[in-house]
Write a protein that binds this ligand. Structure first.
Ligand code: SF4
Length: 730
């Protein structure tokens, strides 16, 4: 502090001056921009429309777009402070290459040449599939599409997946198994139109806060929330179902059992649009109210009441997120949800949908542009016609299109541990914090011959292990599109330049293609995301996720447009986009056009508590933070609101252990320890369970989580493992 300041003569009047802004009124002069750039929030999949305020080439403020159909001007705390992420002190600015054990600054040319050279050397020695790529839900769709072509046709490996497998893979697999394709059938408008809304494992008040305004706008609804924890969303419910961890399949089967017995199902819809009902009915015989009650811990009356409300609804909506997906039975739980919607005909109508609420801002874009769990445009690896169509569009021999998907993210890690994957490219994700069972992951990353981390931030816990770091532009610094949970494609715009030498991921991918000698073949003449968007429109034409009628101008004009939006179905110039729903005609993209009813059995979760590890750990999120805090940890207002992880414990358990509020405790499982957690004693959590947020590297929940994955989707079972709690922070 200088002398004038110490003497109180300098009151920092420039810094703290106020002025009048036409939008905000009387505000800090520093926050009044020269111009507002329309864009879409880069955190979660709600997909809020916003304006980013720019002054003298710097992002200084954010405001919600009042005309955007998703958020009508509102933003949550993360969105409202998002501009701070652009100038965070941990932004990655220069390419860094490890030389003599240290990461040192190099020119882009050397970075790209080294990456191509090292990847090629590994592939020549160990085979093409010894290279793995783990991407993210944070890129724009144009980048996913470019990356997919580059990885699989350029580098020639099919071991390509994304961190979306850690959050949405079960929803994808569940939709594909029931309906023949991925794609959430409903729209946010359904939250306003349903008369019964059942949320299962979805704490939207913390994780998708702006969706709550659609709920609040629906005065006639009955909101039912099923969750083992009394979350903020549970507190909004008309009926709360505090079910035991991982008993949701028994609840859903119990509801179906009751509805079938009561004749409260839609036999006409079942007969015309589904198959497998007789087998399903038989499999549900044992899920009597008494049996469902025994498994879920809910009273029979509560289960009967839930079934009655759902069965009598004119339009019923089921929404879910990680409480369902983060499970080794996630995909099958999604099938049970779909079964319930199908046998009651609660799909394809206003207010009626089984609806997965996605995680990241563009997790949906990865699903559409594909090359991980499916080929672009939801084409299937195993269908020859799909591969031939794609090869024709790309003018490449069909033999170059993979016939099966490569390794999923957890299997890439296991292959790295087994030394089958020898080089890895990690893009915009931070597995050292986000991947389960940290010790196994570290083992995998530390044994690699070459690890590239491409990220907008440096250092991150993951980049500490890298041989090469590529600095990337982030939201606010690049152009493209995001798709939100309701299939709405929204425009993302560049408002400011990336710091120093950081570049958009799109530009990095094109440079790699040039170095590989594949640019002209794969991306002829491309220089901007718009070039990619044009091709993507052609590749998606005629598919479920049809973009062919869209243009960047149309997206800007309407605050996003939902797919399908075919070129021949609508006049982009004259018709305002309507709310679209999938399967309105009851026709599904399966071999026979019918949705599949699948028999799903409840099973206990893999690691049950015992005398030594008596608690069931539940993990989750808090409204202030995003994933591994790479971004939100640098936003002062968010970090101050939620600076540390904590452990929630029921008062009865705390009495038993002689613990009091704010005690420091250590969480212990068979795999590791999380020290230094602040204890919160609260009835939000039931006896026998504990909860902690997973955002914090300093107190990393993944020290104790397990390597248990859904056998269908490969999504991790983050939600339940057996732990004990020890007094003391060390
Ligand atoms: S709800 Fe999601 S999309 Fe909307 S402002 Fe918050 S983080 Fe951004």
């Amino acid at each position: 502090m200088n002398l004038k300041r110490q003497l109180g003569l300098d009151i920092l009047s420039e810094k703290y001056a106020y002025a009048t802004d036409p939008e905000f009124g009387y505000v800090s002069a520093q926050k009044i921009p020269d111009r507002w750039v329309p864009t879409t929030c880069g955190y979660c999949s709600v997909g809020c429309g916003m304006f980013l305020g720019v002054k003298d080439g710097r992002a200084v403020s954010v405001r919600g777009n009042p005309d955007h159909p998703v958020n009508l001007g509102k933003l949550c705390p993360k969105g409202l402070s998002e501009h701070y992420t652009l100038e965070a002190p941990n932004r990655a600015k220069y390419p860094l290459l490890r030389k003599k054990g240290k990461l040192v600054r190099v020119e882009w040319e050397e970075a790209i040449a080294t990456m191509v050279e090292r990847f090629r050397a590994v592939q020549e020695k160990y085979g093409a599939d010894s290279l793995g790529v783990v991407s993210t839900g944070q890129l724009v769709t144009e980048e996913f599409y470019t990356l997919g072509k580059l990885v699989q046709l350029g580098f020639g490996t099919k071991n390509f997946d994304g961190n979306t497998t850690l959050c949405m893979a079960s929803a994808v697999s569940g939709y594909k198994r029931s309906f023949g394709s991925d794609g959430p059938p409903g729209a946010y408008e359904d939250l306003r139109k349903a008369d019964v809304i059942l949320l299962i494992g979805a704490n939207i008040a913390d994780n998708h806060p702006i969706l709550c305004q659609h709920l609040e706008a629906n005065a006639g609804k009955t909101l039912i929330v099923a969750d083992p924890r009394v979350t903020k969303t549970a507190m909004m419910a008309d009926l709360f179902l505090p079910l035991k961890p991982r008993s949701d399949i028994a609840l859903l089967n119990g509801i179906m059992h009751i509805l079938i017995r009561a004749g409260a199902i839609d036999r006409d819809y079942i007969a015309r649009h589904t198959r497998g009902f007789d087998e399903l009915e038989k499999s549900l015989e044992k899920y009597t109210p008494a049996y469902a009650s025994q498994i879920t811990g809910l009273s029979e009356d509560l289960i009967l009441k839930t079934a009655s409300l759902y069965g009598q609804a004119k339009a019923a909506f089921i929404g879910w997120t990680m409480g369902v997906n983060h499970s080794s039975k996630g995909a099958e739980t999604v099938n049970a949800i779909n079964n319930l919607a199908l046998i009651t005909g609660q799909i394809g109508r206003a207010g009626a949908s089984p609806f997965s609420i996605t995680g990241q801002c563009n997790a949906m874009g990865t699903r559409e542009a594909g090359f991980t769990s499916s080929l672009p445009g939801y084409r299937k690896f195993e269908i020859a016609g799909d591969r031939e169509e794609l090869a024709k569009l790309w003018k490449v021999p069909v033999e170059r299109i993979p016939v099966s998907r490569g390794l999923a993210y957890p299997d890439i890690v296991e292959a790295a541990v087994a030394k089958h994957i020898r080089a890895l490219w990690i893009i915009a994700t931070n597995p050292i914090v986000s991947f389960p069972n940290l010790d196994v992951l570290k083992q995998g990353l530390e044994t690699l011959d070459f690890l590239v981390v491409q990220d907008g931030f440096y250092p991150t816990p993951t980049s500490e292990l890298a041989h090469l770091v590529l600095p990337a532009a982030i939201w606010g610094e690049k152009e493209g599109t995001y798709t939100n949970s309701e299939r709405r494609v929204s425009k993302v715009n560049r408002a400011v330049a990336p710091p120093e030498e950081a570049k958009p991921d799109f530009d990095i991918f094109l440079e790699l293609a040039k170095k590989l000698g594949r640019y002209e073949e794969l991306f002829p003449g491309w220089s901007t995301p718009a070039d990619d968007f044009d091709e993507w429109k052609r590749v998606s034409a005629g598919r479920l996720c049809d973009y062919s009628g869209m243009s960047y101008e149309l997206l800007e004009q309407h605050g996003g447009v939902q797919w399908p939006y075919p070129a021949d179905g609508r006049s982009a110039a004259t018709q305002a986009p309507l709310v679209t729903r999938l399967y309105e005609d009851g026709h599904f993209p399966t071999e026979d056009g019918r949705a599949k009813l699948l028999c799903i059995e409840w099973e206990p979760f893999p690691e049950q508590p015992n005398q030594e590890f008596p608690f069931i750990l539940n993990t989750g999120r808090t409204v202030e933070h995003w994933h591994t805090r790479t971004k939100t940890g640098q936003v002062p207002i968010l970090e101050r609101m939620s600076p540390n992880a904590w452990l929630e414990m029921n008062p009865k358990d705390a009495v038993g252990l002689g613990l009091k509020p704010h005690d420091k405790v250590t969480l212990v499982s068979r795999r590791g320890r999380v020290p230094d957690l602040e204890l919160r004693i609260t009835e939000i959590i039931a006896p026998g369970q504990v909860f902690m947020p997973f955002h914090f590297v300093e107190t990393n929940a993944n020290q104790v989580t397990q390597s248990a994955f859904d056998p269908i989707s490969r999504e991790p079972n983050y939600k339940q493992c057996a732990v004990k709690v020890e007094r003391g922070g060390k």
